[in-house]
Write a protein that binds this ligand. Structure first.
Ligand code: GDP
Ligand code: MG
Length: 598
């Protein structure tokens, strides 16, 4: 029976512990990818992933493995991202698997996302196989890490594999453990089709490519299918598997992980989490699907060139298909014109989406500073949600404002407990708990306002702990805070896209920092430009951008035409990301100035 020899597993770990490198070793060992085609982190197909050295999207591959028992097994491997912003990708991957390889760096030990991912795997009832990686490092301490896994996670480590994804140590052992310990998929080939869409992307020729895990039944080319949530019907044009490049197959059967195309041109017709079934013999009920992740961070996204507005909308629609935690709605700004308010899971998610729009769709963007969602209680009893600071009502109308708080786990070596607590305190954190993971590592728990995390919490944490701290957070709810809207005026005109919501006790300090930063970022104009920060009608900080003294071209003494042209081009280049706000030219960075606190 083929089904008994299928093994589906995900690779989970904290960022940088070696998931993608181990995936490389597995692809190599099973000869799925020839040595010639093997690059580092082969499965990280996106340019952005390769450049940044991080996995953003889940990536899957089918491999054949000849096991020690003489049988050939079919493995479906899913490599997952480690960063907290992409945990949604991890949880979707896990729903397509029966087992998980838990990679722990032999010199670092358990980190914040190691734990977070283990909890996700346990929620999905997966068989977890611990792998201690990077044992080639001189600083590796496999025995200590083993103990940590036992003490902190409570996993049985008697069968832990010691590996080096760098030199291939342990790869064979890992594959054998997968065969022995990960259960074969349940389900019945003869039942009506149930295929879970765990990811999808859009291809301009083939339409939507749905990544599926077949839970019941089989699917072939030419069959009529129905999407159970949207009730839309299609004819299958191709089924296939990732090896790791997409390859056509005759059929996909119970336990398989692969893809389906069916000339689905409208991206809304096939959603991640939906169940695919046969139109003429449908399954009785759809699979549970996924809980939608609610975006926590919002910002305005505007095309530099207003003509690219519809292009931007198309780009967002397609990215949303591939990434259902992305949200957007049309928005108009006095300063920036027509654009979108977009919601993200966190700052890295926000950065990645912006970069993908610019690269993959060639649209240059102006983005505004990120904001969280505030609950605003008005004097007349109404409660409104605000995720754009410029929509905050007048202070006189506001009775109270609540902001989201998160429970943050920070893991650090002992020596850094002091600095970590100082940062958390400065970020308006409330101390909750502190536990020793082992003799020299501590987990510190704080309740913190999400806004502070969005600003520069992680950067500060990293720089004050020499990079040793890792952290993870989950939303815990809303709490009242003394928050006020701060407006920024350029040349006496309020700029809606620059408004921020700040804590009253920090308003003066932030206001001062922002006007100073703007003075630095906004180029000199023909005239003097006052920059002011105000709360209500009260100006709390100001700076002045001096007028230009000389024309750049006057330096060229008229003669050298090519030099002149170069200078003009350079000026134009510098202007690309500028927006005219009233009479003042404002560069992209200025809209992010609230993030730069020092
Ligand atoms: P991921 O974020 O978990 O996918 O981690 P990567 O696979 O991208 O690896 C992060 C870094 O660790 C890369 O620079 C790898 O070359 C390195 N690395 C991965 N496995 C090993 C190992 O076994 N030994 C050593 N010395 N380095 C490793
Ligand atoms: Mg990776």
């Amino acid at each position: 029976q083929r089904q008994e020899r299928i093994r589906n597993f995900a690779i989970i770990a904290h960022i940088d512990h070696g998931k993608s490198t181990l995936a490389d070793r597995i692809l190599e060992h099973t000869k799925t990818v020839s040595e010639r085609d093997l690059q580092e982190q082969t499965l990280d197909a996106m340019d952005l992933e390769r450049e940044r050295g991080i996995t953003i999207k889940l990536n899957s591959a089918q491999l054949k493995y000849e096991a020690a028992d003489g049988e050939e097994y079919t493995f479906h491997l899913i490599d997952t991202p480690g960063h907290v912003d992409f945990s949604y990708e991890v949880s979707r991957s896990l729903a397509a698997c029966e087992g998980a390889l838990l990679i722990v760096d032999a010199s670092q030990g358990i980190e914040a996302q190691t734990l977070a991912n283990v909890f996700l795997a346990l929620e999905h009832d997966l068989e977890i196989i611990p792998v201690i990686n990077k044992i080639d490092l001189p600083s590796a301490e496999p025995e200590r890490i083993k103990k940590e896994i036992e003490d902190v996670i409570g996993l049985d480590t008697s069968e832990t594999i010691l590996a080096s994804a760098k030199d291939g140590t342990g790869t064979e052992e890992i594959l054998e453990h997968i065969v022995k310990r990960v259960p074969a998929p349940q389900g019945n080939v003869n039942e009506p089709l149930e295929a879970l869409i765990f990811d999808s992307l859009y291809d301009s020729y083939r339409g939507v490519i749905a990544y599926v895990r077949i839970v019941q039944g089989t699917i072939k080319k030419g069959e009529k299918i129905r999407m159970m949530q949207t009730e839309k019907e299609f004819e299958v044009s191709e089924v296939g598997v990732f090896k790791p490049n997409p390859v056509s197959a005759d059929e996909l059967s119970v336990g398989d992980v692969g893809f389906i195309t069916a000339s689905i041109k409208n991206v809304g017709d096939s959603r991640v989490g939906d169940t695919v079934t046969h139109a003429n013999a449908p399954a009785p009920a759809p699979l549970p699907g996924y809980q939608r992740m609610k975006p926590m961070v919002f910002c305005g996204v505007y095309p530099v060139d207003p003509n690219q507005y519809t292009g931007l909308r198309d780009a967002l629609e397609r990215l949303e298909l591939n990434d259902s935690s992305l949200e957007f709605e049309a928005e108009v700004s006095q300063a920036l014109g027509f654009g979108f308010r977009c919601g993200f899971l966190g700052l890295l998610h926000m950065e990645i989406i912006q970069e993908r729009i610019e690269r993959e769709y060639g649209i240059e963007l102006i983005t505004t500073a990120p904001s969280v969602i505030y609950n605003v209680y008005l004097n007349d009893g109404e409660v409104i949600e605000i995720h754009n600071p410029s929509n905050m009502p007048d202070q006189q109308q506001v009775m109270a404002v609540e902001e989201p708080f998160v429970k943050a786990n920070v893991m650090v070596p002992n020596d850094f407990v002091g600095p970590v607590m100082e940062i958390c305190q400065a970020k308006r954190g409330e101390f909750q708990d502190m536990k020793y993971l082992d003799e020299n590592r501590v987990n510190i728990v704080y309740d913190l306002p999400l806004t502070e995390i969005v600003y520069d919490f992680f950067d500060q944490l990293k720089s004050n702990t020499r990079g040793y701290a890792s952290f993870d957070y989950e939303l815990m709810g809303y709490k009242e805070s003394k928050l006020v809207k701060m407006d920024i005026l350029l040349n006496g005109e309020q700029v809606d896209a620059l408004s921020v919501i700040v804590h009253r006790d920090m308003a003066y300090y932030r206001g001062k920092a922002i006007v100073e930063k703007l003075k630095e970022l906004i180029p000199r104009q023909q005239f003097e430009v006052p920059v002011q920060a105000s709360i209500g009608n009260k100006v709390i900080a100001r700076s002045t951008i001096k007028a230009i003294r000389k024309n750049v071209l006057s330096k060229c003494y008229g003669g050298d035409v090519s030099r002149k042209r170069k200078l003009l081009e350079k000026q134009k280049e510098g202007k690309r990301r500028m927006k005219n706000v009233g009479k003042v030219e404002v560069p992209q960075e200025a809209f992010m100035s609230v993030l730069q606190m020092d």
